[in-house]
Structures are given as C-alpha cells and as structure tokens.
Design a protein. Structure first.
Lengths: 114, 114
C-alpha cells in the first residue's frame, strides 16, 4: 500500500509564474489536507477537501491560491502569480476519516520562487 | 483559537540516554487529540505517538512515551535509550474532536550525540 505521494519533490518558479502541486492520497483515503511549512516554522493548515468538495479552506490565502480534489486523479494545490513569500514546503496528508484518527503525510513539495 | 507551544527550539542527548521534549497547548475544549510527529532531514512527517484527551493512561510506543497532564495542558514526549536515528525535528500537534485541522507547534530540533 503506497503512502501519500506528492510531486514534484522540488519546484522552482520565477515570480509571476504558476505553481501546481499534486497529491495522491493513500489507497482508500478520501480526505485530503494541505499544510504549508515556512522556514523554521511548524506546519500551518491550509485546506481540507473530500472528493469534489472543499470542506474547509479557512487557512488558504484569499487570493492566488486554490485547491481541488476531483473525482478522478490527484488533489491539486494551485498558486497563481507566485511571489517570493510563497517559498515554502507544502505538505499533503490523507486520512480515511479525519486527522484525529491518523493523518498520513506525504514527503512534501519544496517550492522555491526566484 | 487553539495554540501549541514548544519552548525548546533545540535539545541534545547522548546516545542511549533519555530525553524529554516539552509541549503545552491552549484550548477550552474537552474532546481533542494530541500528537507527536518526527520530521527527519528527508522532510517526511512521521507519526510517533498519539493521545486521546479522554484517556487518562499515557500513550506508549516502544521507546517513546508521553506525560499527558490534562489540567496543566502539558504533553511532553520522552525518548528512552536514544538512538542516532532519533535525530530529527519533533513537532507537537493538537487536533480538536470533530475538526479536521491539526495545529502544530514550531518544533524542537533533537540532536543525538554518539
């Protein structure tokens, strides 16, 4: 049973470009969460999705950030017109129910904006 | 809003010795969960141990155990017989019952000296 798969592991974008981060949850998991980790910081919740539904996006910046979890395929975190402050590690986690049972994390995508 | 505080940015321990990492949290809820995650240089977030607030018995997983003091809102992690492979960042996290978000502390960097 493969773990949570995130790709790419590393992503470099120039200011103003778009970044797309992908997350494939563990088999049988229908709940996906995205977190952002800034340097020297803990993880901060961004968004919680179930298939085709955004359940809680209270941690998402109001502009330029969006997330989806389609019926088929991975969950996508999309950042438009990236700025240097978006440079961070972005983690995806999945769970069969909700993270209070156990959330399994991917290895993260490190986004660097140059 | 719930907060998680890890007051030790860095800790070190000699191989085979015991070390305790501190974590305090703030909440007015009674139904919640607490976690310790390990993040080695690979960036993978690995669940070390989990504690349900309604359980009085402290959780234990092999060499890892917690001291859960609910009234004091304290949740420390004890690592016994420390091994070189224990060197990592350790994050304390809080999850409210019925909520999908995890709130993380800023982490403690653990160094294990041979």
């Amino acid at each position: 049973n493969a773990g949570v798969m995130q790709n790419p592991r590393h992503l470099v974008r120039r200011r103003g470009q778009e970044a797309r981060l992908r997350c494939s949850p563990m088999k049988g998991h229908s709940h996906v969460y995205w977190y952002r980790q800034l340097p020297e910081e803990g993880l901060k919740f961004m968004v919680y999705l179930q298939k085709e539904n955004i359940i809680d996006e209270s941690g998402m910046p109001k502009e330029r950030f969006s997330a989806e979890f389609p019926k088929e395929g991975p969950s996508i975190l999309r950042i438009q017109q990236v700025v240097r402050g978006d440079s961070a590690a972005y983690f995806c986690a999945s769970s069969p129910i909700h993270p209070n049972t156990e959330a399994f994390f991917g290895q993260g995508t490190r986004l660097t904006v140059v | 809003a719930q907060t998680v505080t890890q007051s030790q940015p860095e800790m070190s321990v000699q191989e085979a010795e015991t070390v305790t990492l501190s974590c305090t949290y703030d909440t007015s809820e009674s139904d919640y969960y607490l976690f310790w995650y390990k993040q080695p240089p690979s960036r993978q977030m690995i669940l070390v141990i989990r504690q349900e607030a309604y359980k009085q018995q402290n959780a234990t997983e092999n060499r890892f155990s917690v001291n859960f003091q609910k009234a004091a809102k304290s949740f420390s992690l004890k690592i016994s017989d420390s091994q070189l492979g224990d060197a990592a960042m350790y994050f304390c996290a809080y999850g409210q019952g019925g909520s999908e978000k995890l709130v993380f502390g800023k982490g403690t960097k653990l160094t294990v000296n041979p």
